[in-house]
Design a protein around this ligand. Structure first.
Ligand code: NAD
Ligand code: 13P
Length: 414
């Protein structure tokens, strides 16, 4: 049978780590996947740091990041000191990188996906499938959608989501973690709906396309049966089993679920809460205060999911899966949003300034997500019902200080 070709769209700290995982697995399953994995790289000139094991005095000048990755198999800027598999091919052209790929893994800071997705329209295999590893939500005026939905709709494909308690540097060093992958396509391909060795899952059978919707979208904005192209039968079906094969490693344990909204929202909203955790920690208030903002934050995350994605989200995804409370805990312990917010309070400067000076080009997602989620809540007249989300934005924009947090979140109990 034909082999699936995989492209990772993005090559930052998490993008490079996911490419490493995927490339290890394509090599381990040569009967199912093409061994080489294309990785789209936003091209830039980079000088190899002098403390890098790949430092080469003859290459002391800035070079293209793609050249460095393909020659030294290290992303010296975004994932330094990690040897990448040789079957990762860094490609500066996103259109060329996705050519003939059946599986597209989207993994870049959410502020950049719009432009990239536009460039891909009409350039991908019509029967490709996507997995979004992006932590953020897509807000346009008074509407909100998941990036998986938005990518899927824009490209005319089905896109699932991967999210978990996944600090990239730990996983790149092959320290054990868990993750959650949600994949629940409309049932156009009976092979895809049948888990290996089992019968179709209940939720897949019951996924209904509301008749009143236009023919291209279902009620959640996903590409409908009418538009979705079946994976040709000379390829292995793109189902839960194959995505587990592609992402599961001894150090990266995958649980497959159907709740794409729950998986995506956990990863997006916890970034706002992690900023609050950083604020109170930077203020020197210790672990009890941090636990308090995590408690209130989790309640707001679940409330948000139920209120705006209630027809598809399962509250259990937030409490039972890696993408929920576990991601909240890890992000509030060692994530970049937490660390930068903490440093900002300790130094008396803005979070965006710390992002610029400390992250070497990596991007925070919590600051923009706080703005986007609050602007969406405002258009719905609901902003006061989410006092922690509001407090984070008001602190970021100087309308409140960290000292106001206890009184502000007390409103959650009113
Ligand atoms: P990152 O924070 O390392 O961001 C840097 C990346 O953005 C680089 O690849 C850079 O080339 C790219 N970039 C910069 N300017 C660009 C532009 N104008 N257009 C396109 N790309 C541009 O990225 P990351 O850590 O790989 O994060 C990607 C997603 O994964 C985010 O949504 C993040 O929340 C999520 N995530 C990150 C981690 C982590 O620990 N890093 C873990 C889980 C999930
Ligand atoms: P940060 O972007 O705050 O580092 O969070 C990483 C993450 O999503 C861990 O699961």
């Amino acid at each position: 049978s034909k082999k699936h070709k995989v492209t990772v769209v993005g090559s930052g700290n998490w993008g490079s780590t996911i490419a490493k995982i995927v490339a290890e697995n394509t090599k381990a399953h040569p009967d199912v996947f093409e061994e080489d994995v294309q990785m789209w790289v936003y091209e830039e000139e980079v000088t190899i740091p002098k403390d890098s094991k790949n430092f080469d005095a003859s290459a002391d000048e800035p070079q293209k990041l793609t050249t460095i990755i393909n020659k030294y198999h290290e992303n010296v800027k975004y994932l330094p000191n990690i040897l990448l598999p040789k079957n990762i091919i860094a490609n500066p052209s996103v259109v060329d990188a996705v050519k003939d790929s059946t599986i597209l893994v989207f993994n870049l800071p959410h502020q950049f996906i719009g432009r990239i997705s536009k460039q891909l329209e009409g350039q991908i295999l019509p029967f490709a499938r996507g997995i979004s590893c992006i932590k953020g939500v897509n807000v346009t005026s008074s509407e909100i959608s998941l990036f998986s939905e938005w990518i899927g709709e824009g490209l005319g494909i089905y896109c699932g989501a991967l999210s978990g308690a996944n600090i990239a540097n730990e996983i790149a060093a092959e320290k054990w973690s868990e993750t959650t992958i949600a994949y629940d396509p409309p049932m156009i391909d009976s092979r895809a709906a049948t888990p290996q060795g089992g019968s179709p899952s209940t939720s897949q059978i019951n996924l209904t396309i509301t008749p009143a919707d236009d023919e291209h979208k279902d009620a959640r904005g996903r590409v409908s049966k009418a538009k979705l192209k079946a994976v040709p039968s000379d390829y292995a079906p793109l189902d839960h089993a194959i995505f587990k094969m592609l992402f599961h490693r001894p150090y990266f344990h995958v649980r497959m679920v159907d709740d794409v909204a729950g998986v995506s929202l956990g990863g997006a909203l916890k970034n706002i809460v992690a900023l609050a955790a950083g604020f109170v920690d930077g203020r020197g208030w210790g672990d009890n205060a941090k636990a308090a903002v995590m408690r209130v934050g989790l309640l707001e995350m679940v409330k948000f999911g139920k209120e705006f994605f209630g027809h598809s989200v399962h509250a259990g995804t937030f409490t039972e899966e890696s993408c929920g409370v576990a991601d909240l805990i890890t992000s509030c312990s060692g994530g970049r949003n937490f660390r930068c917010a903490k440093m900002a309070v300790e130094r008396g400067v803005g979070v965006e300034e710390v992002e610029k000076t400390e992250l070497n080009g990596q991007k925070l997602q919590g600051t923009s997500t706080a703005k986007e989620v609050n602007s969406f809540l405002k258009t719905r007249g609901k902003v006061d019902e989410y006092p922690l989300f509001k407090a984070v934005l008001d602190i970021l924009e100087g309308r409140n200080s960290v000292d106001d947090i206890p009184d502000l979140v007390a409103k959650a109990d009113d």
